[in-house]
Design a protein. Sequence first.
Length: 279
Amino acid sequence: MDHLIDELIKLAFAEDIGDGDHTTLSSIPADAMGKSQLIIKEDGVLAGIEMAKRIFHAFDPALKITIYIHDGAEVRKGDIAFIVEGKVQSLLQTERLVLNVMQRMSGIATTTRRYAKALEGTRTRVLDTRKTTPGMRMIEKEAVKIGGGVNHRIGLFDMILLKDNHVDFAGGIEQAITGAQNYLKAKDKKLKIEIEVRNFDELEQAMRIGGIDRIMLDNFNVEDTREAVKRVNGRYELESSGGITFATLRDYAETGVDYISVGALTHSVKSLDMSLKAS
């Protein structure tokens, strides 16, 4: 999926620079050289160092980056993550894109680390969702991994996830599952199948039909989740989803589910503050 990141970088530069950074071009000589440092302005988890390198080198391969802190490290206000040096025009034209990406990724990694730490000592892992910024999914999901979370499916192509609308439009749990199984066989595809269930009746139907890999418990409360874990008894992976807050996260994990999916990891995080300043 590297080509999607390359396309994102190209689009972002086209969006930002257009027919030229006229401020920089008019005020900075083409041969002027300098260096900038990435300064962390609040505590959190650093993410996006590798992306920053890709952005700098996509714009100007001659830029030299010296890394002091790597992706996944916990950082504090005042830390210097890296120094980049080369043509000042290049430093100024790449500055905003690098910051936008790193601040967003670090915010996601910081939030994910908080959730992952809350789950320590249980078997449960935190999952992301497809609730991502259009065009930025690959880097946002990478930030989740850096923070200690697990990626759910990347998109609609790498897993079959039969959600409530699929079930209702298909005519029920059995029709949805058998339809997915027949499709995979006809297309000679090997994809995991997950089915979302809304109550114990749907859970029992899904287990009776079988041929699935994971069951998503949609909006089950903690007590019902514990009962679902008992009924499934390890036959299928179990994922809790819907209505779970940070305050109730640990309660759900202690029921024994394998995963808890949290859309908030990517759709409503606060970016981590940092700046790229001349040094």
